[in-house]
Structure formats: C-alpha cells, structure tokens
Write a protein that binds this ligand. Structure first.
Ligand SMILES: Cc1cc2nc3c(=O)[nH]c(=O)nc-3n(C[C@H](O)[C@H](O)[C@H](O)COP(=O)(O)OP(=O)(O)OC[C@H]3O[C@@H](n4cnc5c(N)ncnc54)[C@H](O)[C@@H]3O)c2cc1C
Length: 369
C-alpha cells in the first residue's frame, strides 16, 4: 500500500466505487480506496437491486435520479461493463392516507417529466391480475423502472478506476483519522498510515462511526430492512413489474427462478444487521395476503441489510464544516444504487473544483442540519 495519496476513500460500496471512478475520470487518479472486507461487502450487496425513477420523494432527489438513470443507460458504452437492467416497470399501490400521498407523488413526478400513470383499482388488476386489489384505492405505474445488478455496477466502476491508476485495498480497515490545525492529514489503517489531504467518508452504515473519529457528528439513523427470496412462482410471469404496497411498505418482484420480497424499518443495533426473523414472518404473511399465489412458493433464503437514513431523506454530500479535507458521501438510505452515478459525479466536482455544479451541493451538505 502506498504511504501517500491525493485522496483516500473509506469504503468500497457502490458510493465509494462510483466516487473513485468519477475522480479518476476527472483526472484525479492518485486515489486509494480502502475497504475492510471486499468490494460490495456492506449494504450494497443486500439491496433489492432496483433502478427507479418513482422512488425520489422530493423534486431534487427525483431530478438526481433522472440524471443517474440517464448515466446508467450509457453505462455499458461509458465503462464497457453490463448492468443487466430489465425494464419491467414499477407499480405502487395504496389505500386510505397512503393513497392521498401516492396521488400527490404521481403529480410531482409528472411535473418533472417522469413517466407515471395513475391507476384505478380496475387498472391495477388489469396490469397485475395476480394481486388482491379489492382493498386498494389507487396505484401508480412507472414504465421505465426495473431490476439491475449492483455487483456489476460496483465492479464496472472500480475496474475502470483501477485501470486509470486508483489503488484498491481490500481487507484493510481504517482505524482513525489524523488531523492537524483543523484539517485532515491522513488515515490510520490496519496496514499502516496513509498521508493525505483529502478523506472521503463513503462508509455507508459505518459513516457516523468514521465521523466520530474526527469529532464530526453525522446525523444518520441506521434502519434494518429484510429481504426474502422464494422458489419458482409459476403463476406470476417473470416480466411483471416491481410491486410496492405503500400501506405497509412491502414489495415483491419476480426474480430469476423465483421471487424477491422486502419490508422493514427497524432501528438497527449495528451496521452489520443480523437476520430479522420477526420481519421474515411479517413479509411472508403480507405476501400471502397481497399475492395469494405466493402461498405455494418455497422459502429459499433471507437476509437483512441496513439503510443509513437522514431525517429529510436526502443524502449527506459535501465538506464537513469543522474539518478541512474531510468530505462526506453517505446517508444514501434506500437509494444508493439508484443514485450512485450522481453521488460519484458530485463528489468528483467537489474535490476538483471545491464545489458541485451538476446539482446545488448546498442542499445536500451537513450544514443543513
Ligand atoms: C434490504 C435493502 C434493499 C435495498 N434496495 C435498494 C434498491 O433496490 N435500490 C437502491 O438504489 N438502493 C437500495 N438499498 C439501499 C442501498 O443498498 C444503499 O443505499 C447503498 O448500498 C449504500 O451504499 P454505500 O456505498 O453508501 O454503503 P456500503 O455498501 O455499506 O459501503 C460502505 C463500505 O464501507 C466499508 N467500511 C466501513 N467502515 C470501514 C472502515 N473502517 N474501514 C474500511 N472499510 C470500511 C464497508 O465494509 C462497506 O463495504 C437497499 C438497502 C437495503 C438494506
């Protein structure tokens, strides 16, 4: 491992990998990425693997998702790596209070030019005959969303970054930050010290802990979400959209050889979530209610992952005001894979120019809290 670097990135999840790639693409390749396990070992390998334009719940996040979506559509051309995207669409359904929110959300997305259709219960049934819809008031359908492969994305980014000179150090743990006169001077790691004027905190659910090393409070709340994979469900065609039941925040999508379901917002006891077995049962119960055919599906495997969330739902991207050279790229919650292109792009602008230009960084920085 080199003893110096222009930039050290802590964490090789999707955000760290994208940051490394975009820095190198912008001419800053004296970068060392340190990852205590291996690429994607954190929450990036626990996701539902969805690319979505329907997900952004405020105009800024929706516009950032539009930007990232555009970049993903060029990913193979730009990076020479596939992402295995399948445009199957996204349906959210709701009743009661959640239905009012969903209608408002659809109007907001439409105003931004994002293709979103409001669905009546009959239209929901038409688009998704296998679901129980008699208790639903409204649905929205976004035709452009679908699953893709986060591992291919991470490896696509990091491979291009290393080809351009970035150093990837897997199995190396950051243990502390060295500072002098209010600025960063380096990172203490399990393999020795790296002197650097710029440290990027891309440690996902561990980001608050990394901030505390330097006395920087990062207001993140880690919450656990659980995924259950089923065996084959012959009654559900593989091209059916991702289905989200807004009433209980439960979702399902067909997956190769079976189905994937997710749910849960439980406070996480640690950044490495243990399987939430109570949630597994709740997911299965709701599955049988919303899609009766799932009663006949076998349970294949399940896991829990951690979503690092902020109170306003926006990520934290920018310089820590109290410590020069300490940059934050964390708090991406439930959308880090969707937003990885913009996350890396903005970070690279920040390092290169001292400010972001693709989007206004002031709306994302730590000082807003
Ligand atoms: C169940 C579930 C479903 C989800 N579904 C989706 C989805 O469909 N679409 C979507 O866009 N997002 C989804 N998300 C959210 C998404 O997974 C995250 O927003 C994203 O992975 C965050 O990436 P990250 O790089 O910030 O964090 P991570 O992937 O956790 O990366 C941080 C890395 O830092 C490393 N690290 C931490 N501390 C240190 C240290 N001291 N030294 C060295 N290395 C360190 C960790 O090992 C880890 O690899 C989901 C999340 C969950 C839990």
């Amino acid at each position: 491992m080199k003893p110096t670097a222009a930039v050290v990135i802590i964490g090789a999840g999707v955000i760290g990998c994208s940051s490394a790639y975009h820095l190198a693409q912008n001419g800053i390749s004296d970068v060392t990425v340190i990852e205590m396990e291996q690429v994607g070992a954190g929450t990036s390998s626990k996701s539902a693997s969805m690319l979505s334009l329907q997900f952004g719940r405020d105009p800024l996040l929706a516009r950032m998702a539009q930007y990232s979506y555009g970049r993903y559509m060029q990913f193979e051309q730009e990076l020479g790596a596939r992402i295995d995207f399948r445009k199957t669409g996204w349906i959210s359904v709701a009743s009661g209070e959640a239905a009012a929110h969903l209608r408002e959300h659809a109007i907001g997305l439409q105003a931004l030019g994002i293709a979103t259709e409001l669905l009546s219960p009959a239209e929901i049934k038409y688009r998704y005959p296998e679901i129980r819809s008699d208790d639903l008031e409204v649905g929205i359908f976004g035709p452009d969303d679908g699953p893709f492969d986060p591992h291919m994305i991470m490896w696509g980014y990091i491979k291009q970054a290393t080809t351009r000179g970035v150093s990837l150090q897997q199995g190396v743990k950051a243990r502390g930050l060295r500072t002098e006169n209010g600025r960063v001077t380096g990172v203490e790691t399990s393999e020795g010290f790296i002197a650097t004027p710029v440290v990027v905190n891309a440690a996902g659910p561990w980001a608050a802990e990394v901030g505390r090393w330097a006395g920087v409070e990062i207001p993140l709340t880690n919450k656990t979400r659980t995924i259950v994979m089923t065996g084959p469900v012959p009654e559900i065609p593989p091209g059916r959209p991702f289905l989200e039941d807004e009433n209980v925040e439960w979702y399902f999508r067909p997956e190769t050889g079976g189905g994937l379901m997710g749910m849960g917002n439980t406070p996480a006891k640690s950044p490495e979530a243990a399987l939430d077995t109570v949630m597994v049962n709740r997911i299965i119960d709701h599955a049988m209610y919303r899609i009766p055919a799932l009663e006949r599906a076998a349970l294949k495997t399940s896991w829990s992952g951690v979503r690092p969330l902020t109170v306003d739902g926006r990520p934290i991207l920018g310089a820590a005001p109290s410590l020069e050279g300490f940059l934050l790229n964390c708090g991406w919650g439930g959308m880090g894979i969707i937003q990885a292109p913009v996350a890396g792009q903005l970070l690279s602008e920040l390092v290169r120019d001292g400010h972001t230009s693709t989007f206004d960084g002031a709306e994302l920085n730590l000082a807003r809290f």
